[in-house]
Structures are given as C-alpha cells and as structure tokens.
Ligand binder design. Structure first.
Ligand code: EPS
Length: 387
C-alpha cells in the first residue's frame, strides 16, 4: 500500500508499547534522541500519575533502519514498559463510569475488564508520539512545523490563540502546562490542585497548529479524503478527546457569512495568495488552502476518580465502587503532545499520498516541483497581483 501508515500494539502493563510505521521514505537519517525528547514531553505536566516516575520512555529501533538511515522497510519502534505487572495484576469486575470498561466488557462478554483496560490505557499514546516524531523528521525539511498549545484546564479562562507561532512555541516550552499564555497558567494550576485535593479529575482544551503546509492537500472529491475530516478523526481517536473545532468552527455557526469567510488577496513572491484573516483554520473544501492549519481540541476529565462514582459488580449486579486504580488528575498537557503527533501523522500521510517518494530526495523534489508549477500558472497574463 502506498503512503505513510502507523499502527500500534502493546498493553499498559505488558512488555512494551510498539509503533509500526510503513511508507517512511528511504534514506531518512533517523534522530532517535529527538524521538526520546518527544516521549519525555508526553510524560510531563502537573497532575500526572505516579506511573510517570516509574517509566522513562525511550524508543528502541527494532526494524527498518540500516546504518542510521531508514531502509524503506517497515519501521518498528519499541518503548519498553518498566511496570510489566500485567500477569500479576488482579482482575477488575466493577467498571469505571466514563472509561472503556463497561462497553468493552459487553463487547467481549467478560466480567473481568482487565484486558479491555490494558489496551484502552492512554499509555498507548506513547507509540503515537514516537510515530509523530518520525513524521516530524520527514516533514521538517519540507518546511512544515507543527505545535500544540494548552488553552484551558478545568474551565479556566482560555488562553488566546497565538498569532506568532514561533514566539508562542518559545513561551510554551518554558511552561510545564504547555501553554503560551503565562498570565493564564496560575488559574490552570489551581484547578488541577483543587481537583487533586477533592479526589477528582479535570479536562481542558488545546490548540494544534501546522505552518508551511502547501495548498491543495486533501481532496474535495471523496468524504474519506477530506483533510479536515481526517484531522478531526485523528484528534477524536485520542483517549478522552470529545470535541474538535476546525478554525473558528463553533463561533462561525452564529455569525454571518460576510463575517466568517476570509477574503482572498493576490501577492507577489512565493506565496501568491494572502488571506487577511484565517477563521477557516487553513482548510477549505476539505483541502489545505496554504494558510496555517489550526484546530481546537476538547478533552474530558479522566474517568478514574479517587472519589469514585457508583457502579455495579459485573459478577453479581451488586452496587459498589470501581476497584481503586492509579491514574492522572489531569493529562491535558500530555494530550496536547499527542495532538501534535496525530497532526504530524496525518500530514505525513497526505504529503506521501500527493507527492509520493520512495526516497527522501524524491519527496522533496516533488514538493519543490509543485510549488514551481503553481508559480507558472497564476498571475501570468500581464496583471500584477493586487491590481
Ligand atoms: C498513562 C499510563 C497509565 C495511567 C494513565 C496514562 O498508567 P497506570 O495505569 O499504570 O497508572 O497513568 O492512563 C490513563 C489516563 C487511562 O485512562 O488509562 C500514560 O502512560 O500516559
């Protein structure tokens, strides 16, 4: 199958989490320490569980690399679990409201939900972050940068969507909450601490942006290939994510068309077209339009509560509380790192679908060629842009 694909395997307390990637072009000098740096970012943030002190996630290359470069073969990365207690852990009979437990128990007709829980655990997202780090190494030389920013936690007043991406990344990297807005940070921290004291959990929102994506990726021809839909599905697949908004999606629903759509201006130089606003989030007609792509993601509070909700025992139907389990109070900063990875994975897919490329050189030559071709096709009939 052509193109870039990613799948994962592994249980939360099994041997390891595995990332399988296909379609990574031949000849990429794989920067494994850069993958490990992204795995460390996923483990950070206030309100994470004690598991984060047990694990020091690192990617080990199992297949697909020859003398430090990708060989064009399937690439397999392994993130070993330090906590490998799977076979010693007790069965779980009382499903947690909000988790996969009850739905999974019914799917498999099992009164022990442990096997469901092990795969549903957000530990699986370590594989996504590793795969996203590889996708970043494919896309960065093509001029694509992706970043995510935490906007709110537990109902705190949301941070503004940053306009200057580079400056926002610098500010975000100084914040353990991964927010670019220092003034909003204290309120976020307080919500996490209050939830922790109450044996409760908090969710929140984050922003995911991509710059440098050429226009026309994705397609208008089929619902399955629309880039907005693919990005939304990828975000929605992150555990706890329950909402995705492309650009000003929800706000636009209550405005007039003239207040919503972004005017088109012609400009000379590399870019050809300029949009004075970007309420569409860089996506029109299911395709990238050459502006920055941006979307907002909503995460529900995690469902393992120290002060739990009622449930039933699947063996006898008696009312009770879920068995106590370790969990985070807040995983929104980690979720933002995973959102960044999912954006990178989907963009690597659409790049490789559009431009192909058995090798890294083929891919960058095809991207350059399309950009040249566009320049020859627009504004050539004697008018200068903007006239
Ligand atoms: C997580 C690993 C898990 C949880 C958490 C995230 O490890 P453990 O169950 O051993 O504490 O801390 O999982 C969940 C939030 C969840 O809903 O399952 C991780 O590596 O991110």
């Amino acid at each position: 199958m052509a193109g870039f694909s990613f799948r994962s395997a592994g249980e939360s307390h099994g041997e390891a989490i595995l990332a399988f990637l296909e379609g990574v072009p031949f000849g990429l000098e794989l920067d494994v320490p850069a993958i490990d740096a992204e795995l460390r970012r996923r483990q950070g943030g206030p309100g994470r569980s004690a598991r984060m002190n047990i694990e020091q996630d690192r990617a080990e290359v199992v297949a697909g690399v020859y003398r430090g470069r990708t060989s064009g073969a399937p690439l397999v990365l392994r993130i070993a679990n330090a906590d490998r207690s799977l076979e010693r852990l007790p069965p779980l009979h009382r499903p947690r409201p909000g988790h996969a437990d009850l739905a999974g128990a019914q799917r498999f007709a099992t009164s022990d939900v442990r096997p469901v829980v092990e795969r549903a655990s957000a530990r699986e997202t370590a594989a996504r972050v590793a795969a996203g780090a590889v996708a970043r190494q494919v896309l960065r030389p093509l001029g694509v940068e992706v970043a995510a920013f935490v906007l709110s936690i537990g109902g705190s007043e949301p941070a503004e969507v940053p306009l200057d991406f580079v400056a926002a990344v610098k500010r975000r990297d100084l914040s353990d909450l991964r927010t670019p807005d220092a003034a909003k940070e204290e309120a976020m921290r307080q919500r996490i601490e209050a939830a922790c004291r109450a044996g409760d959990t908090v969710g929140g929102t984050f922003l995911v942006c991509a710059e440098g994506v050429p226009a026309g990726l994705g397609s208008v021809e089929q619902w399955t290939s629309r880039l907005d839909a693919r990005l939304a599905a990828a975000m929605m697949s992150i555990p706890s994510v329950k909402g995705v908004e492309i650009g000003e999606g929800f706000g636009n629903a209550s405005r007039l068309g003239s207040e919503v759509h972004d005017p088109i201006h012609g400009v000379s130089g590399e870019k050809l077209f300029a949009r004075p606003s970007n309420r569409a989030g860089g996506l029109e007609g299911g395709m990238s339009n050459g502006e920055a792509i941006w979307l907002r993601v909503a995460m529900k509070p995690l469902s393992t509560l120290r002060n739990p909700l009622e449930t039933v025992d699947l063996r006898d139907g008696m009312a009770g509380s879920p068995e106590p389990q370790r969990s985070d109070v807040c995983a929104v900063p980690a979720g933002s790192v995973v959102g960044e990875a999912m954006m990178l994975i989907v963009l690597a897919q659409v790049f490789l679908e559009r431009f192909g490329g058995a090798t890294i050189e083929d891919l960058s030559a095809a991207v350059r060629q399309q950009s040249e071709h566009r320049k020859q096709r627009f504004f050539v009939e004697g008018h200068s842009p903007g006239s």
